[in-house]
Design a protein around this ligand. Structure first.
Ligand code: FO1
Length: 314
């Protein structure tokens, strides 16, 4: 079994590719819950839902999130009631969040509810939230505001300059800890792959959950490999490159490798970044250069196949 640490769209597309290379029951996804947010009392899990919809083949491929062909009747009614939503939830998406919140209210953990939802919708891949504790990715802006990641990303369209990222555990004095399922999955896996997701907010939040980073450092029964979400100094999708620059780093694949340097065995970079191979290998990390842009489903599968072959040789 292989473990994949994943955020939203990029990670979901990579996992989709992996399902054409490995049997689904050989894949365990550890998903980011730092983007989770509440609207109208409903618990929304953006990244986990994106992974779920993508592997089920029901995602809106153009947007990368939400359900293909979803309607927005509930949102229209909310608007008529004076609630102009900035976070758009289609009717199907809303129903899923309603069900999740209902089951959480009955006392199930997020891990249990996610397992139930994935099984009822027919996903063969195991999807595990990194933690059952609440954890929230917060963006500290240059003007000193402290806002939820989705407010920075969706409401304000990444217009603020990022000064810092922090992971909050609302209503809880201790740090968020990984579930037993997550710990066991990392320990027993043939290897761990960090999907091409944002290293600060998506993967960063998973790594902030104790003891995930430490488990990766100590993993000696299989490789830990990451795929760069930065190609030619730009993010494939989202604000990762801007965040690197605003946080005082070079917006490059090398900077991503440096962020993971303490536990990484292998790093997959795009062919465009050939000149960075040597500096990455000087960090003691083996490198694979390949086409990392997932323009089609075939390209997703090709990237997954190349990553797996590379990881198996480490
Ligand atoms: N992204 C947007 O840019 N605008 C939205 O209104 C929006 C709604 C949304 C609803 C459900 C869901 O699962 C994802 C949604 N996303 C939306 C995507 C989400 O903001 C991000 O892609 C991730 O949180 C970043 O990984």
């Amino acid at each position: 079994m292989w473990c994949v640490l994943s955020g939203g769209v990029g990670g979901a597309r990579f996992i989709d590719g992996l399902t054409s290379v490995l049997p689904p029951d050989e894949i365990t996804v550890i998903g980011n819950t730092g983007d989770d947010i509440e609207f109208f009392g409903l618990h929304i899990c953006p990244d986990i839902d994106i992974v779920l919809y993508t592997i089920l083949g029901v995602v809106d491929e153009e947007k990368g999130w939400g359900l293909k062909g979803d309607t927005f009747k509930a949102e229209s009614m909310l608007k008529a009631l004076g609630e102009d939503q900035w976070f758009h939830l289609g009717d199907g998406d809303l129903a899923l969040s309603l069900y999740r919140t209902f089951r959480l209210g009955q006392g199930l953990s997020l891990t249990e509810v996610t397992r139930e939802i994935a099984s009822r919708l027919g996903a063969g891949v195991k999807i595990l939230p990194a933690t059952d504790h609440r954890i929230e990715t917060r963006v500290i802006t240059a003007s000193g505001e402290d806002i939820h990641f989705e407010e920075y990303f969706v409401k304000r369209q990444c217009r603020d300059t990022v000064k810092a990222i922090r992971f909050d555990t609302p209503g809880c004095a201790v740090r968020a800890t990984a579930t037993g399922e997550v710990v066991e999955a990392i320990r027993s896996s043939e290897g761990v792959i960090l999907a091409p997701s944002n290293p600060f907010v998506s993967i960063g939040c998973i790594l902030a959950v104790e003891p995930i980073r430490d488990l990766l450092r100590r993993k000696d029964n299989g490789p830990v490999v990451a795929i760069s979400p930065i190609v030619g100094g730009e993010a494939i999708k989202g604000p990762a490159a801007r965040m690197l620059a605003e946080l005082g780093m070079e917006p490059s694949a090398l900077a991503v490798a440096q962020l993971y340097e303490d536990f990484l065995d292998g790093f997959v970079m795009d062919l465009k970044d050939e000149t960075l191979k040597e500096p990455v290998e000087r960090l003691g990390i083996r490198c694979l250069l390949t086409d990392t842009i997932m323009r089609s489903r075939d390209a997703r599968a090709a990237l997954a196949r190349a990553t797996l072959e590379f990881a198996r040789c480490l």
